[in-house]
Design a protein around this ligand. Sequence first.
Ligand code: DAH
Length: 341
Amino acid sequence: MKEQLEALRNEALAELAVLSDAKQLEDFRVRYLGKKGSVTALLRGMGALSAEERPVMGQLVNQLRQELESALSEKNTALQQAQQEAQLAAEKLDVTMPGKKIKSGGLHPLNVVLDDLIDIFQSMGFDVVDGPEVETDYYNFQALNVPEDHPARDMQDTFYLADNLLLRTQTSAAQARTMEERKPPIRIICPGRVYRADEVDATHSPVFHQIEGLVIDKGITMCDLKGVLEQFAQEIYGKETKVRFRPSFFPFTEPSVEVDVSCSECGGTGCRVCKGAGWIEILGAGMVHPSVLRMGGIDPEEYTGFAFGIGLDRLTTTRYKISDIRLLFENDQRFLEQFDR
Ligand code: DAH
């Protein structure tokens, strides 16, 4: 039986030496040391031995079992180590490789200019208010002194959604809403998208952006309007900028003006940017029409006010010398990246 033991030992160790993965090791353990394994079978067979032989053989078989168990665990450790080393070698990191640049988003040029504008007006005490883009006929037209069938409706080509519902053609729609919500003194701007059924070209888009301004208080005059707009224009275009008023017509202001700023590119002598005029038109404005005040629940005998509407797209294209308004809406990253800041 001793020889049998020795033979089993040699066979097991020889076999273990060539095993190369975890599964083979487990098979090996089951075959030799498991419940039905060869070493276990030897222990079971000891009943047939004499009382003197039994303890001697028992010790030998236990020794064999321990020897195989520790050989197995050594082999297991060695295999794991080899595997880890192989993995480390395969996943070697070159820390001198340049990293990948992660692109972060930036502000759209319209937002860059709008943020500046909001800063300027907030510093003069204006609040920023919001209004709906889907607007009623009342706020977009009637409350602005443009009754149904009034010829002034032809000034703006309107997208109607339903009988009394439309896409606002002007942020002026915020005027009556504000008058209903606030009592004078009122000092607000309302920036936002506006819509008109215009053909798309280098200077027109069916969606564009305006900033409405509205100031109502006792004793407000045209001088206040000019002061506020001068301050605004000089902050945007530089201290030397001059502002000029040209008489104009809007149904909701009386008198109405169109406002030009001296061209910041040539200083007023005429160049490509101002098309030789020396002036660039940037907004419409005027003194709020008494009827508009009345419809907004404000007594025109007691209060006066001024309003203005700035075209944000125009302001942005002239500031950055962008030749085509469509660039603002195409979202071409190569274009937009130039305005990141
Ligand atoms: N809403 C006018 C437009 O879209 C712009 C405008 C002109 C707004 C005069 C005003 C204003 O508040 O007083 O053409």
